[in-house]
Design a protein around this ligand. Structure first.
Ligand SMILES: N[C@@H](CCC(=O)N[C@@H](CS)C(=O)NCC(=O)O)C(=O)O
Length: 240
């Protein structure tokens, strides 16, 4: 049976899910939704974006009754209907037996890192859209917040091939995905972070991942939606 996922036509929260579905060799299909700018409107004002391509679908009985928490991204696998991107990653990992044999230490390392990555990601994305940190404060945010957070993650990876240790697990997919957005944003964020750089390279060299990244199916950009201050375009042009 084909696994169906749905999301905006961007990387955002679904990039790691796409990576895992490809890694697992799953039979999967995606529905893309687009936000459209209202006529002559300021693109930076979030209320000027028409999201009805999605909200009309979200309003249907199929979504309101079929999902506990209708949202993007979502996953449908037969009778299984899941939203929340981390839950989707964990579901796919269980279904395809990815990282399911972890020791207690490996398990808490993975779960702790997953929550930390969600937090760090939230701050970075909040800068890219300017809704948590004004984009004009980019340099201060990167120096005082993001770089120290990345340094902690770099230390977490010391001596480990993957987040768990030696075993690949769901968190590696979400970790690599947001690291890739950050590298495309400003590769100098990783200066001196050799463990992060080594992890990023190691993950990208997994044969299934390498093949996917090189294929036409892989979306390099946009990382964010069109109203973002950075990452809302296909070419990921520098906006400063
Ligand atoms: N915690 C949720 C966040 C979901 C979320 O914020 N989705 C955004 C896109 S990144 C959205 O546009 N949702 C559509 C909606 O609110 O209906 C997850 O990890 O999946």
């Amino acid at each position: 049976m084909t696994i169906e996922v749905g999301y905006w036509n961007i990387r955002g929260l679904i990039g790691g899910v796409r990576l895992m579905l490809e890694y697992a060799g799953a039979d999967w299909n995606e529905t893309f939704y687009e936000a459209h700018l209202k006529e002559n409107a300021d693109r930076k004002d979030f209320t000027n974006w028409d999201r009805s391509e999605w909200t009309n679908v979200k309003a249907t009985a199929e979504f309101q009754d079929g999902f506990a928490f209708p949202n993007l991204p979502y996953l449908v696998d037969g009778d299984v209907r899941i939203s929340q991107s981390t839950a989707m990653l964990k579901y796919i990992a269980r279904k395809f037996d990815i990282g399911q044999k972890l020791s207690d230490t490996e398990s808490w390392r993975v779960d702790q890192a997953a929550d930390q990555i969600v937090d760090v990601r939230g701050g970075f994305v909040g800068l890219c859209y300017g809704f948590r940190t004004p984009f004009a404060q980019r340099e201060t945010y990167c120096e005082n917040t993001l770089k120290p957070q990345l340094k902690q993650l770099d230390r977490y990876m010391a001596g480990n091939n993957f987040v768990a240790g030696e075993t690949l697990s769901y968190v590696d997919f979400m970790f690599w995905e947001i690291l890739d957005h950050m590298e495309l944003f400003d590769a100098s964020l990783f200066d001196g972070l050799d463990n992060i750089k080594a992890f990023k390279k190691r993950f990208a060299e997994l044969p299934k991942i390498a093949a996917y990244i090189l294929s036409d199916k892989f979306m390099r950009g946009p990382c964010n939606n069109k109203m973002a201050s950075w990452g809302g375009d296909k070419d990921l042009k520098r906006t400063w």
